[in-house]
Design a protein around this ligand. Structure first.
Ligand code: FES
Ligand code: FES
Length: 159
């Protein structure tokens, strides 16, 4: 089988990996690069567990092929987390019971990360819209929305 050399930036680091043409970007991140924070649930674009940021926009890692990442700037949940402790978003999710099993959480963190990167004071409706592509089977979503509202308040307080 032919392998393709693909080079891109992930979490600020340039990487070059050999990928099979059939491999999804999520599989490449997890398998070749050990970035297992990106979860795979449905593997067909529905659940959002695999959400990453590609060139500044949220993307489904399971719907992109690894070969499509050539030259891209990718951020995964590992890159959206501080080396020590938790990010503001992660801390709020913990505090407001925005997770239970945690399977959806990396995708949720990335969807919220993107929201707050473009809008530091989202309304409740905007928060719901931002996570509307993320399925969570545990929380009923209210804790996640409350966490995001707390992040917005804390960001405002910092300004
Ligand atoms: S694993 Fe990609 S959307 Fe579900
Ligand atoms: S916390 Fe279990 S799926 Fe969201």
């Amino acid at each position: 089988m032919t392998l393709h050399q693909v080079s891109f930036t992930v979490n600020g680091k340039k990487v070059s990996v050999e990928v099979e043409p059939r491999q999804t970007l999520a599989d490449v991140l997890r398998g070749q690069l050990g970035l297992t924070g990106t979860h795979l649930g449905c593997e067909h674009g529905v659940c959002g567990a695999c959400t990453i940021i590609v060139n500044g926009e949220p993307a489904r890692g399971c719907l992109m092929l690894g070969v499509q990442a050539e030259g891209a700037e990718i951020l995964t949940v590992e890159g959206a987390s501080p080396d020590e402790g938790l990010s503001l978003i992660q801390e709020a999710l913990r505090e407001f019971h925005g997770l239970q099993c945690g399977f959806c959480t990396p995708g949720m963190v990335m969807a919220l990360h993107h929201l707050f990167s473009v809008n530091t004071s989202p309304t409740e409706e905007e928060i719901k819209e931002a996570i509307s592509g993320q399925l969570c089977r545990c929380t009923g979503y209210q804790g996640i929305v409350n966490a995001a509202k707390a992040v917005a308040q804390r960001l405002q307080a910092q300004q």
